[in-house]
Ligand binder design. Structure first.
Ligand SMILES: [Zn+2]
Length: 302
């Protein structure tokens, strides 16, 4: 988070707008257009969710704790305050994805990093405190529990079936067809069987790239084309609802494994979880994924 108290909607006070660079931390990496103006820039989060202290566990009487050791960076995706990732040209979006890939690689190469979380919050219901388009990377010295659980399921599926569970799911979705939104250059956009929320949408790449840093150069433009189109479909079909964009990938120790596969997941955020979800830990999609996929297919965004 940049700051939960900071709800800057006004470009004149926005620390991510051109001319206000000194209001944010110094850039660690940038991309420029032909005129020398920045298109995208990465810098440490001024209000990091991580610290640089070792994560050894400690006891506080009954309680146990450890530091959230790691690094937390922001990637500003456009100089335009009111833009969305889906508004960018394919080439500009490919440039932004290239910067994300570079920062992913740089953070993953640091000592003790065991997991990289890459995500984007769009709108206040998705947790965004600043309107200006940006995403975040958090490199962790511990593996978060959800990532551990997902990796355990994928490893177990591979032991039993000798296949990647993500690729097997995509094959099954392509065969069924009803939840597939688009398929191009090997990339597949779909609303998964038993989606956790209405309009949950995945963008899955054509090859078993175990982590985002392994994405080859020649995949950035087709990925940008498919991801931008997918986000436009979601915004159109949901009346421009707030959303989170999540990179799903395994913990670092599994990146070379036979089941490792990254993909993007879009979660539309129209309201908070209700009592059923909070009490049972069981998500509930009000709109079935088959209906979500049909609405996304019908969205006039091309
Ligand atoms: Zn701004």
């Amino acid at each position: 988070m940049t700051s939960r108290a900071d709800t800057v909607r006004d470009a004149s006070r926005c620390p991510f707008c051109p001319g206000h660079e000194s209001d944010a931390e110094a850039a660690v990496e940038e991309r420029f257009d032909d005129d020398g103006a920045w298109m995208a820039r990465a810098f440490p989060n001024r209000y990091p969710m991580t610290c640089e202290v070792a994560p050894e566990p400690r006891r506080e009487g009954f309680f146990r704790e450890r530091n959230a050791a790691g690094r937390h960076e922001v990637v500003v995706e456009s100089p335009r305050h009111d833009a969305d990732l889906s508004d960018l040209t394919v080439d500009a979006l490919a440039t932004v994805l290239g910067l994300y890939r570079a920062r992913h690689r740089a953070l993953a190469a640091l000592d003790d990093v065991r997991c990289v979380l890459l995500f984007k919050n769009r709108g206040p219901r998705a947790g965004a405190s600043l309107r200006h388009p940006h995403g975040q990377l958090v490199a962790n010295a511990v593996v978060p529990s959800l990532v551990r659980r997902r990796d355990a399921v994928a490893a177990r599926y591979h032991r039993r079936h000798g296949a990647s569970v993500v690729r097997a799911a995509v094959e099954a979705e392509l065969e069924a067809g009803t939840r597939v939104v688009a398929s191009r250059d090997g990339f597949v956009t779909l609303c998964p069987y038993a989606s956790s929320r209405s309009f949950e949408t995945w963008v899955v790449p054509p090859a078993p790239w175990g982590n985002f840093g392994a994405t080859p150069d020649d995949a950035l433009v087709p990925l940008a084309s498919m991801l931008g189109e997918t986000l436009r479909r979601v915004r159109h079909a949901t009346g421009d609802a707030d959303y989170n964009l999540l990179l799903r990938e395994p913990a670092v120790r599994a990146w070379g494994g036979p089941w490792a596969q990254w993909y993007f997941e879009v979660q539309v955020r129209r309201g908070g979880d209700a009592g059923f979800e909070l009490n049972g830990g069981m998500p509930c999609a009000v709109i079935a994924p088959e209906e979500s996929a049909e609405a996304l297919r019908s969205a006039d965004v091309l």
